[in-house]
Write a protein that binds this ligand. Structure first.
Ligand SMILES: NC(=O)c1ccc[n+]([C@@H]2O[C@H](COP(=O)([O-])OP(=O)(O)OC[C@H]3O[C@@H](n4cnc5c(N)ncnc54)[C@H](OP(=O)(O)O)[C@@H]3O)[C@@H](O)[C@H]2O)c1
Length: 331
């Protein structure tokens, strides 16, 4: 299946760069190497499905921030401009986001790559199946293209979750499944359970102001051939008025948000899902699909927003947790 605006070859040039970052080499040097190839505007999952690298989020839709008509028009505009993936979740405004999306996709379901998420509280017994059926009903469709576990609780039974996802996949209710907010140690736990390696993606926080995953998760996913989905790619709008982005945007005659999104997509293995309930904003954001930042521009942006020392610490903590576990397993 192809949910991308136009075909091109897939590859992720930033992997070695990310590994260098993880092993302590300079982020700037990594950036320069990652920058040279042209921006790819589509990403391929392991099952061969191709999606546009720029999708659309929906967390704050159907909450009255904009009129429902405007929000539906914004999503339709995004689809028309090639942002073919729509991300939602049962949690978003208690299912109202899914209901709004129902209206948008009703006459074009086959063009849309539709993703929803199940809450970890709904994973016990037949909870996942019931949650999926409810999402399908709200979305007015008979299948999801991707179904994610929204996050992992301490007591989440990963093998039970994977078995339920696999059963939904075999019954055609979902085409693929994945996870969200998983650290590398969580991914390793997932890959330890039967069929855990069938995970299609991990949806995580990633934007110019939050680069933690470059230290560990991005290289891990690259090594496992798994695309990563970047949520809050505009920092929840914090990057809209960022001075470094604004300077480059002025030179490129586009919005700061387009630059922020082009930055997020630069490696070729990332799908970014900005949210907007405004048609004008969506049009600005869609420009990222055809915007390739130069190595110099990437260097300026990453010098202005280096990986935080807190992120390095958190990454080291997760790494030591993995070391302890592999040491225990070896005993
Ligand atoms: N898996 C998870 O745990 C998780 C967590 C968070 C988010 N998500 C997903 O990721 C999506 C995006 O994340 P997010 O909503 O946190 O943040 P975001 O996409 O980084 O930012 C959204 C905000 O930016 C504004 N915006 C968008 N385009 C703009 C433009 N061109 N100019 C000015 N403002 C603009 C939006 O306002 P307007 O509507 O006015 O344009 C909105 O306030 C969510 O909707 C959700 O689907 C998933």
């Amino acid at each position: 299946m192809d949910f991308a605006p136009r075909p091109s070859a897939y590859r992720y040039p930033g992997a070695s760069a990310m590994i260098d970052v993880a092993s302590g080499a300079s982020a700037q040097a990594a950036t320069a190497r990652a920058a040279s190839p042209p921006l790819e505007n589509r990403v391929k999952f392991q099952d061969g499905t191709i999606v546009s690298a720029l999708g659309q989020g929906s967390w704050h839709l159907a909450q009255g921030r904009h009129s429902q008509t405007d929000e539906e028009e914004a999503l339709r505009t995004g689809l028309a401009l090639g942002m073919m993936l729509i991300d939602t979740a049962e949690m978003y405004n208690d299912g109202r986001s899914e209901e709004l999306i129902n209206h948008v996709i009703a006459d074009q379901r086959d063009r849309v790559f539709l993703l929803s998420k199940v809450l970890p509280d709904h994973t016990k017994a037949d909870g996942i199946v019931r949650a999926c059926e409810a999402s399908l009903a709200r979305l007015g469709t008979d299948h999801l293209d991707l179904y994610l576990l929204h996050w992992r609780n301490r007591d989440t039974d990963l093998s039970g979750v994977v078995a339920a996802f696999e059963s939904l996949r075999e019954r055609g209710k979902i085409r693929a499944w994945g996870v969200s907010n998983f650290k590398v140690s969580d991914m390793e736990d997932l890959f330890d359970v039967p069929d855990g390696h069938r995970c299609a993606t991990n949806q995580v926080l990633y934007n110019l102001g939050s680069r933690r995953i470059e230290l560990d998760l991005l290289p891990w996913c690259e090594q496992h051939g798994m695309p990563v989905m970047a949520y809050s790619p505009l920092g929840g709008s914090a990057l809209v008025s960022d001075p470094a982005l604004a300077r480059i945007a002025a030179e490129r005659d586009c919005s700061a948000t387009a630059v922020a999104l082009a930055w997020a997509l630069r490696g070729g293995n990332i799908i970014a899902i900005p949210e907007s309930g405004s048609k004008r904003h969506v049009k600005e954001n869609a420009v990222a699909l055809s915007l390739t930042l130069t190595p110099q521009e990437l260097e300026i942006l990453e010098a202005a927003h280096p990986v935080g020392s807190g992120d390095v610490l958190r990454s080291l903590l997760d790494r030591s947790k993995r070391w302890v576990r592999s040491f225990r397993n070896a005993l």
